[in-house]
Design a protein around this ligand. Structure first.
Ligand code: ADP
Ligand code: MG
Length: 694
C-alpha cells in the first residue's frame, strides 16, 4: 500500500482493553499543517476540548489515539490526563509538547488510565513503521473490520498521497463513543486551506453518514499534511486545492461507506441518493433522513423494496423543515429498478427481492424540483442491533486498575436474551438426548489444570441433559515426562509410541494410576458419583494383540481385537460415565499400551455411538495452516495420502476412517485447549472444529 512520505504509524496493546490493541500513534518526521473537525455534541470528551482549541495549526507532529476509554465526562482530571498523555508521547518522540494532539474512544465517564499510556509510550514510539495497519487495528472498538484507505493525486508535477485510518460507528450503546479518523498526507498545504478541504470532505462523507442517529461525545477527524510531496504549497483556492479536495472527498467517502457497512449489527450498506431537490443542502438533509429512518432500515434488512417508507421519511423531513417538494411527484428506484413514478409501478417482486439480498442497497429518489443532489450512507437495522444494544452496557465492567472488561456471563444479560438462548439450547438438547458419544481427550490438550476442569464440567453437563458420554483419555506428554524423569526416553514411529516392557509399567502407572483417577475425581467432584474409571484390562473391556506396523517392532504396543460390549452396556444402562484408560489385556495374557485414538474408535463402533469426538491440541484438521471445517472420508484419505496429515494426527485419521466405514455417522475433531469446545461443537449449527462424515 502506498503511503505518504515521512509518515509512520504504530499500534499496540497498552492494557486499556483486556485482550486487544488499544493504543495507536500517527507520526510525521517533519512538522505538519493540521486541521480537525469535531463532534457538535456539547458533552465533549476531554481530548476533543483540547484539540479543538489548538487546530488548525502549524507544527503538529503526531496524533496519539486510545480505544477502550473515551475520556469523556471525566471532569478536570480528564483534561489533566490529556496533557499527561500528550507530554509523554512528545517526550518520547523528542518533539515539543504542543506538537502532539490526542483522541480517545470507548466507554464514557470512566477515568482514563493515563499511566498505562505513559508507560507504553517508549514501546509505541519504538515500533513506528511506514505501515498504518497496526494503528488502524488499535483504534477499533466495536468495529468488525479495519478501515484503511489511500488515494494519490497529481498536483503540479508532483504525486501527492493521502492515507486515512478510521474507526466506525458501532454505536452499540449511547455510552460508547463513535468515529475517529486521521488523514495523513504529504501534500504541501497551509492549515487554513487544509481546514477548508477537510470541512468540505466531511460534508460529503462522514456528515452524510448515519448508523443510529446518536451523536458521539468523541467524534473527531484529523488531517495532517507534512509537505514532503514537494508540490507548490497550496495557500489559496484554485485548481490545486480542487485536485487535493477531490482526492480527500473520495477517500473520506470510501471510509464513510465502510463505516456504514460495518455499523452495529449491519448486514447491508444502504446508499441513498436524492436528486432534483431545490438545493444541495436540502438533498443532503432528505437523503440522511431516509437513510436514518428505522422503518426504511428495517425494510432493507428484510429485503423488502418498501418505497412507501422511503417517501414517507422524505415527506416527514420536508414537512417539518419546510422544503418545497412534493413526494407524490417523485420517482423512486431501488437497486436501479423503478418502483414508483408519480404512481406505484408494476415490477417483478421476486427479481427485486433477490437483488435486495446484495450487500449494498441503492435507493434513488428524484424529486423533480431542481438541481440539488446529494448522497447519504447508512445500514440496515437487524435483530442483532437490538439484541446487542439491549445487553451491551450491562456487560461492560470497570476493572480496579482503570481498564474496562466485558463480563458476558449469562447472568448479566437481559431476561429476554436468556430466554431466547435457552429455547435455542433446548432444541439441541432434544436432538442429542439419549445419544451415545465417545469422547477422546487428548494428552496434549490436558496439560492445563483449568482445562481438565472445564472438560469435566462439560461432560457433566452433557450427562445432565441426557447424552451418554464415554471418555477415553490419552496421556502422552505426562508419560513422556515421567519416563524422562526416570532416565528413559520416548520414541515414536508415525505418532505411535514405542513401549518396551519396563516402559509399560510407567505407562500403566501414569494412565491408569494417575490420569484416570484424576479425571474420575474431577468428574465426581460435584458429589454425584457417575464416573467410573476403568482400565481396558478391567472386565476384559479391551482385548488386544501385539501391533505390527509396517514390519517395525513397537514393543508392548497393541491393537484392539475385541471389546467387551456387554460390560460397557451395563455401565451405560446404569447411567454411569465410563472413563477408560487405553491399556488392553492381551489374548496372550500380557498387557498392551494402545493408542487412545484407536481405543476410542473401537469403543464407538462396539456400542454403536452416534458421535465420536477427538479433543486434541489443534483447532481441527489443518491444511497449510487453515482449518478444514467439514470433510468426508474421501477428503480425509486424500489428506493422509498427500502427507498433509502426519504425526499424531495420522493415528486419529486412520481411526476416523475405520469408524465411519463401520457405521458411526459423524466424527468431530476439536481444540481441547479451548474451554467448552465440546459444547460449542454440539450446540451450534456450524460447530467449532472439523466435522467428518462418511
Ligand atoms: P493427542 O494427544 O490429541 O493425540 P497428538 O500429538 O497425538 O495429540 O496429535 C495431534 C498432532 O497432530 C497435532 O498437534 C499436530 O502437530 C499433528 N498434525 C499432523 N498433521 C496435522 C494436520 N493436518 N492437522 C492437524 N494436526 C496435525
Ligand atoms: Mg496422539
Amino acid at each position: 500500500m502506498k503511503v505518504p512520505k515521512g509518515f509512520f504509524w504504530a499500534g499496540m496493546q497498552a492494557g486499556i482493553k483486556p485482550n486487544r490493541k488499544d493504543l495507536a500513534l500517527v507520526y510525521s518526521d517533519t512538522p505538519c499543517s493540521a486541521a480537525g473537525c469535531f463532534t457538535q455534541n456539547l458533552a465533549k470528551a476531554a481530548p476533543v476540548l483540547d484539540a479543538e482549541k489548538r487546530l488548525p495549526a502549524d507544527g503538529i507532529r503526531a496524533v496519539v489515539i486510545n480505544s477502550g476509554n473515551a475520556n469523556a465526562l471525566t471532569g478536570p482530571e480528564g483534561l489533566e490526563d490529556v496533557k499527561t498523555v500528550c507530554e509523554a508521547v512528545a517526550k518520547e518522540l523528542q518533539v515539543g509538547a504542543g506538537a502532539v494532539v490526542s483522541a480517545s474512544t470507548g466507554v464514557i465517564g470512566v477515568r482514563l488510565p493515563a499511566h498505562k499510556i505513559v508507560s507504553s509510550a517508549p514501546a509505541l514510539a519504538a515500533s513506528l513503521k511506514a505501515d498504518p495497519l497496526l494503528a488502524a487495528e488499535a483504534i477499533l472498538t466495536t468495529d468488525t473490520r479495519i478501515k484503511l484507505g489511500t488515494r494519490s493525486v497529481r498536483i503540479g508535477n508532483r504525486e501527492v498521497t493521502l492515507t486515512c485510518i478510521c474507526k466506525g460507528s458501532g454505536m452499540i450503546a449511547p455510552s460508547l463513543a463513535t468515529m475517529i479518523a486521521v488523514v495523513a498526507t504529504d501534500c504541501a498545504i497551509t492549515p487554513p486551506m487544509l481546514s477548508v478541504a477537510l470541512r468540505q470532505a466531511m460534508r460529503r462523507s462522514f456528515n452524510a453518514l448515519t448508523v443510529d442517529g446518536d451523536m458521539s461525545t468523541n467524534d473527531c477527524v484529523f488531517a495532517l499534511a507534512n509537505g514532503k510531496a514537494g508540490n507548490a504549497p497550496i495557500a489559496d483556492p484554485g485548481s490545486a486545492l480542487d485536485a487535493f479536495s477531490g482526492a480527500l472527498d473520495e477517500l473520506c467517502q470510501q471510509m464513510a461507506k465502510e463505516i456504514a457497512a460495518d455499523g452495529e449489527g449491519a448486514t447491508k450498506l444502504l446508499d441513498v441518493s436524492v436528486e432534483g431537490a431545490p438545493a444541495e443542502d436540502v438533498a443532503l438533509d432528505l437523503a440522511k433522513a431516509c437513510a436514518g429512518s428505522s422503518l426504511v432500515k428495517a425494510a432493507i434488512f428484510g429485503a423488502d423494496p418498501n418505497w412507501g417508507r422511503v417517501l414517507a421519511s422524505i415527506g416527514a423531513r420536508a414537512g417539518t423543515a419546510g422544503y418545497a417538494i412534493d413526494p407524490a411527484d417523485a420517482r423512486v428506484m431501488v437497486q436501479d429498478v423503478a418502483v414508483y413514478d408519480r404512481a406505484p409501478l408494476a415490477y417483478d417482486a421476486s427479481v427485486l427481492k433477490a437483488r435486495m439480498r446484495e450487500p449494498e442497497i441503492r435507493v434513488t429518489v428524484d424529486l423533480r424540483r431542481g438541481e440539488g443532489k446529494a448522497q447519504a450512507w447508512g445500514c440496515d437495522l437487524s435483530y442483532d442491533y437490538v439484541k446487542i444494544n439491549a445487553d451491551y452496557t450491562s456487560l461492560i465492567v470497570t476493572k480496579p486498575d482503570g481498564g474496562v472488561a466485558k463480563d458476558d456471563r449469562l447472568s448479566n444479560y437481559s431476561p429476554t436474551f436468556k430466554v431466547k438462548l435457552l429455547v435455542d439450547a433446548l432444541e439441541y438438547i432434544k436432538k442429542f438426548s439419549g445419544t451415545r458419544c465417545v469422547i477422546k481427550y487428548g494428552g496434549a490438550a490436558m496439560v492445563k489444570e483449568s482445562l481438565k476442569k472445564s472438560f469435566c464440567d462439560d461432560i457433566r453437563l452433557l450427562r445432565a441433559v441426557g447424552l451418554r458420554p464415554i471418555v477415553v483419555h490419552g496421556g502422552g506428554p505426562e508419560i513422556t515426562r515421567t519416563l524422562e524423569k526416570l532416565g528413559g526416553k520416548a520414541e515414536f514411529i508415525d505418532g505411535q509410541r514405542v513401549t518396551n516392557a519396563s516402559d509399560l509399567k510407567v505407562v500403566e502407572m501414569v494412565l491408569t494410576g494417575s490420569i484416570n483417577t484424576e479425571l474420575v475425581t474431577l468428574l465426581n467432584g460435584n458429589g454425584i458419583a457417575q464416573a467410573v474409571g476403568v482400565s481396558g484390562k478391567d472386565g476384559g473391556l479391551i482385548r488386544a494383540r501385539k501391533l505390527v506396523q509396517e514390519g517395525r517392532d513397537l514393543g508392548q504396543v497393541g491393537e484392539v481385537t475385541r471389546v467387551n460390549r456387554d460390560f460397557l452396556e451395563m455401565l451405560l444402562q446404569q447411567g454411569y460415565v465410563p472413563v477408560v484408560s487405553p491399556v488392553g489385556l492381551g489374548e496372550d495374557g500380557q498387557s498392551y499400551n494402545i493408542n487412545a485414538d484407536n481405543v476410542a474408535a473401537e469403543l464407538a463402533v462396539a456400542i454403536g455411538a452416534q458421535k465420536l469426538i477427538y479433543l486434541s491440541d489443534v483447532p481441527g484438521i489443518l491444511k497449510a495452516g487453515e482449518l478444514i471445517g467439514q470433510l468426508t472420508s474421501a477428503d480425509l484419505r486424500a489428506l493422509i495420502d498427500d502427507g498433509t496429515i502426519a504425526g499424531g494426527m495420522k493415528a486419529k485419521a486412520n481411526s476416523i476412517l475405520r469408524v465411519l466405514a463401520s457405521g458411526v455417522p459423524s466424527v468431530h475433531l476439536l481444540d481441547g485447549r479451548v474451554p467448552h469446545s465440546i459444547i460449542g461443537e454440539l450446540f451450534t449449527d456450524n460447530g467449532v472444529g472439523s466435522w467428518i462424515r462418511a
